[in-house]
Unconditional design. Structure first.
Length: 329
């Protein structure tokens, strides 16, 4: 019989890659979506007919119970969240309701309806925040620096707690930043690659950014999705850091992205304090040793290839947006 997987956040970057992977692995795939006034299914357009979408919201525990009763999933991947760190400073309560209490609501629904469901929680390197050691590994203490990070620490520990209290097969993936051409346009990598394409096509003159010295351990979202799936294939639930094991600054990212189309980032990037954060995460560098050894997880896309993949995709997309007549400079 086909295994059934339920993915919350299926319309997001990671949800779309994970749903594709699960289909390729032969799963019956269900995606949880919230009702919006306008459907936002662009990222899952290619697989829309191959998956089943069900409406529910992390804020509404009854809708979660109903979805789990309907699907009876073998595996549930909780990727839904308010995922943008700056928004968490502006909407700290809503962020906690989605990213902290939402996880409890899902775990409790699983416990009541189908306790043998394997559960994946999308935890994050933002929990390390003001880092206590370098590189960060599964045993590194947390020190979150944003309401987003604080809420995710709650989500992490409630997952551990349901595993320890009720014996649920519940695992945390502590994922470091992962990007792709499907990344939201506000996140720094995509903001840069979109701007590179617009500048190269003569549609923009500058790119305004905040802290160019922040360092991240950036990988490819498709590689991250494989790690999520591998975690739920293990006999025992556990928590894993998923990272590339290398760190680069925002400035490094700009340099490679602009150079890929023959431009010098220094001619276009303007530092704008508007994009500084009340508290910053200066340096993230993960140690993926446990995932490599226990899961056999090895990323396939390098940092440099990720940057050029994103620039190339935005160059094509922006070119297609150009009007047929009138043109741009
Ligand atoms: P994303 O592109 O922002 O997608 C977030 C998804 O959550 C969207 O499908 C969104 O639905 C859904 N969602 C938000 N609030 C919801 C609610 N109340 N009820 C139901 N669905 C809701 O994020 P992502 O980059 O794919 O990240 C996926 C998960 O991994 C998130 O939990 C994020 O915090 C975590 N994470 C991401 C990274 C990373 O670098 N990407 C690293 C570590 C952890 P709409 O389409 O309706 O908005
Ligand atoms: O791309 P970012 O907004 O991602 P951030 O804050 O690291 O969070 C992402 O990764 C987390 C994993 O560690 C996820 F949990 C989370 O959901 C999300 O996917 O910012 C990266 C860095 C920051 O240090 C920020 O200050 O880039 C710096 N930055 C500099 N200028 C900027 C900008 N970030 C944004 N978004 N926009 C700027 O103009």
């Amino acid at each position: 019989m086909m295994k059934r997987a339920l993915v919350t956040g299926v319309t997001g970057q990671d949800g779309s890659y994970l749903a594709e992977l699960l289909l390729n692995e032969g799963y019956e795939v269900y995606g949880m979506v919230r009702r919006l006034s306008w459907e936002n299914y662009e990222r899952i357009a290619a697989i829309r007919d191959a998956i089943t979408l069900l409406e529910a919201d992390l804020l509404d525990e009854y809708s979660l119970l109903t979805v789990i009763e309907k699907v009876e999933p073998d595996e549930l991947y909780n990727l839904a969240a308010q995922s943008y760190v700056p928004t968490s400073f502006d909407q700290p309560v809503l962020t906690a309701q989605f990213n902290a209490l939402g996880v409890t609501k899902l775990l409790e629904a699983i416990r009541r309806v189908k306790p043998d469901t394997r559960f994946y929680q999308a935890s994050t390197s933002e929990m390390f925040g003001k880092v206590r050691e370098v590189p960060q590994r599964e045993t590194t203490p947390f020190h979150p620096r944003s309401p987003y990070g604080v809420a995710k620490v709650y989500g992490y520990y409630i997952t551990v707690n349901y595993r320890e209290s009720y014996g649920l097969h519940a695992s945390n993936g502590i994922l470091f930043n992962h990007e792709s051409p499907r990344r939201g346009l506000k996140f720094v990598t995509r903001k840069i690659t979109d701007a590179v394409a617009r500048i190269k096509h003569g549609l923009a003159r500058e790119l305004r950014l905040g802290n160019l010295d922040a360092r991240r351990d950036w990988g490819f979202a498709g590689d991250s999705a494989r790690a999520m799936w591998l975690m739920l294939q293990q006999d025992q639930p556990d928590d894993y850091v998923i990272a590339m094991g290398e760190t680069h600054s925002v400035r490094d990212f700009c340099e490679i992205a602009f150079a890929h189309v023959g431009l010098n980032y220094e001619d276009y990037v303007v530092v704008d304090p508007h994009f500084y954060r009340p508290a910053e995460v200066d340096l993230l560098l993960g140690d993926p040793g446990k995932a490599r050894t226990r899961l056999g997880w090895v990323p396939e896309v390098s940092f440099a290839d990720l940057v050029t993949m994103m620039v190339d995709a935005d160059m094509r997309r922006v070119a297609d947006e150009r009007p047929l007549v009138g043109g741009y400079v």
